[in-house]
Design a protein around this ligand. Structure first.
Ligand code: ATP
Length: 272
């Protein structure tokens, strides 16, 4: 499998005589955050369930090697009477995770996901956002190599969406994430690669997005900026807006500072 963490070859799925997925083929590399985009009913959830091993494909092969997969469903079960922490302990113990490790992980994740105030709240009384966080923690407790998230932000208010964005930004450095969505904002912020599914078919192979830095800088002498030759530059008075490939950005920032420029802002952006 080389650097691929997952290989999907010619996967089709039929349920009750209806063809839901048709000859899906793609690969995903380690530590990539891959977005599966598509309109309602296009087959994204069915594909994710196949990647998770919940559904068997009707034909075709999913090669996960010996990777562990954590899956978070779009709809967390309703009306669970368990308290939040009690539920996480229970589901982790079903996975035969040692008690000591469960305790250590729970301390870490409850803090990371800011759930301290809800540990003893019955899940049926928790908000959708809190339940979504519980679903993600439940998957993370198994130490997955691949985290599959089905529409993770759907139905959440914008404050909870922002909080989850931030958490997923952190998690993507630790685990390969594959998520389904029809929200462009989520793709824009998180995805390293994207592919689209429509009517059960892949419209194009994963397209990789390059990470760029946007640098806003104040300068005294424009000729210095021309000499540094950045990829793309626009000017507004004595302020320049520079776009540069992230691999070259440290070198450029240093050169700007050495030439008496003041860095006003540095932001990251992904481009297909
Ligand atoms: N168990 C099932 N039995 C019959 N049809 C199904 C089943 N699961 C999914 N389908 C049908 O397959 C198609 C794709 O469904 P799926 O849930 O995978 O789409 P989706 O892209 O995830 O949609 P959404 O964005 O609305 O969640 C739909 O037409 C759906 O009705």
């Amino acid at each position: 499998m080389d650097k691929n963490i997952l290989e999907v070859s010619n996967v089709s799925k039929e349920i009750g005589g209806k063809k839901i997925l048709k000859n899906i083929t793609f690969t995903c590399e380690d530590y990539t955050t891959l977005a599966i985009r598509g309109s309602n009913g296009s087959g994204k959830s069915t594909l994710l369930k196949i990647l998770a091993g919940i559904y068997e494909p009707t034909s075709g092969v999913v090669n996960r090697g010996n990777r562990k997969v954590g899956y978070v469903t779009e709809h967390f079960p309703e009306s669970l009477r368990f308290k939040l922490k009690e539920y996480l302990i229970l589901t982790a113990s079903f996975q035969n995770i040692p008690k000591q490790q469960i305790e250590e992980d729970l301390i870490k994740y409850i803090e990371m996901f800011n759930l301290q105030a809800h540990v003893n709240t019955p899940l049926k009384k928790c908000s959708k956002g809190t339940k979504q966080k519980v679903g993600i923690i439940q998957a993370l407790m198994m130490k997955p190599d691949i985290l599959l998230l089905d529409e993770p932000l759907t139905g959440l208010d914008s404050a909870t969406q922002s909080e989850l964005f931030y958490l997923l930004e952190k998690l993507k450095k630790q685990v390969t994430i594959i998520f389904t969505t029809h929200e462009e904002k989520m793709i824009e912020s998180l995805a390293d690669a994207i592919f689209s599914v429509e009517s059960g078919e892949v419209l194009h192979n994963p397209q990789f997005r390059t990470l760029q830095k946007l640098i806003k800088v104040n300068f005294k002498d424009q000729s210095i900026l021309r000499k540094l030759n950045p990829d793309q530059i626009t000017y507004e008075g004595n302020t320049a807006f520079i776009t540069v490939d992230t691999t070259k950005s440290d070198e450029l920032l240093l050169a700007l500072l050495n030439n008496n420029c003041s860095i006003l802002e540095v932001k990251e952006r992904r481009e297909v």
